[in-house]
Design a protein around this ligand. Structure first.
Ligand code: AMP
Ligand code: MN
Ligand code: MN
Ligand code: MN
Length: 275
């Protein structure tokens, strides 16, 4: 049987709302699914408050994906089994999400100065009720307006770190993220290490209190996976994996279940909900 420990909902930059995601996961035959939205636990809260977590027929793991501060690289840290109502965690998340709103305005302004005819409303139409506003929403708005063929092309030309419309937002340091996850009862896992593009930095991060490595990831080659599994073993860390499903047009995987991992990895992470 199959599992997926990395997925997004409309609460960050995914397409499906949490309820639809769980339905899609059941249809795909997944046994375990983790919801790991960027800088928010709203998706898991929505399920819980609608009486849909815990769920029948599938084991849901409450999760999150933090973006960490770094000068040049993109570092993402997953947190599993965090207490979604932990006051310290939700306070810090509010700070981060607020920073995302300021940064969103600055990026739209920069794009306007670059002569792109785009408004905050154009982006908000795509973001819907997401509180964790993202470059991904801006990219989709620019594609919809016909400036780029794909979201990827838009990132490559203007939105990537170092490109002209990029603006950083308020980001926590990796060490603070790791501590926040742990003090709210969670397991910190280094997300998609290949995307950090620097294995020396990956190894450095693994020594900062991280407890798992996302070795299985769609953009990892079999050799990458083997290397990260070996690194996890070297530092005695858990091995995880997930599809990073967003459901956005043109982004792989298209369907939930297309990329999955063995249940045994998810079973190691899963805790019975005590609510
Ligand atoms: P943000 O968290 O606002 O900095 O935006 C980053 C999000 O944009 C990521 O979570 C991805 O979903 C998406 N993203 C980042 N880089 C790319 C890329 N090169 N192509 C497509 N989507 C990307
Ligand atoms: Mn994303
Ligand atoms: Mn990520
Ligand atoms: Mn992700």
């Amino acid at each position: 049987m199959a599992s997926d420990l990395h997925t997004h909902t409309r609460c960050s930059d995914g397409l499906l709302n949490p309820e639809e995601l769980i339905e899609a996961a059941k249809e795909a035959g997944l046994n375990y699914i983790a919801i790991t939205d960027h800088d928010t636990v709203n998706g898991v809260c929505q399920l819980y408050e609608a009486g849909l977590y815990p769920a029948k027929g599938i084991k849901i793991i409450p999760g999150i994906e933090f973006s960490a501060h770094h000068e040049t690289q993109e570092i993402h840290i997953l947190g599993y089994n965090i207490d979604i109502y932990d006051k310290n965690l939700t306070d810090r998340l509010n700070d981060v999400v607020e920073g995302r709103w300021t940064r969103f305005s600055s990026m739209v302004q920069k794009l306007q100065e670059m002569e792109y005819d785009i408004s905050e409303t154009d982006v908000l139409e795509i973001a819907g009720d997401s509180t964790s506003i993202s470059r991904s929403h801006i990219a989709q708005a620019l594609v919809r307006k016909g400036y780029f063929h794909t979201v990827k092309e838009c990132f490559d030309e203007v939105l990537e770190k170092g490109r002209p419309a990029y603006v950083s937002h308020y980001l926590l340091q990796p060490e603070e993220i790791i501590d926040l996850i742990k003090q709210s009862g969670g397991i910190p896992v280094l997300a998609h290490p290949k995307l950090i593009k620097d294995d020396a930095l990956v190894e450095h991060l693994l020594k900062q209190g991280i407890e798992g490595v996302e070795a299985f990831y769609p953009k990892h080659s079999p050799e990458d996976t083997e290397r990260y599994v070996a690194m996890a073993n070297k530092y005695n860390l858990m091995i995880t994996g997930g599809s990073d499903f967003h459901g956005i047009e043109g982004r792989m995987p298209k369907k939930l279940g297309e990329f999955s991992i063995e249940d045994s990895y998810a079973a190691e992470i899963y805790r019975e909900p005590n609510i």
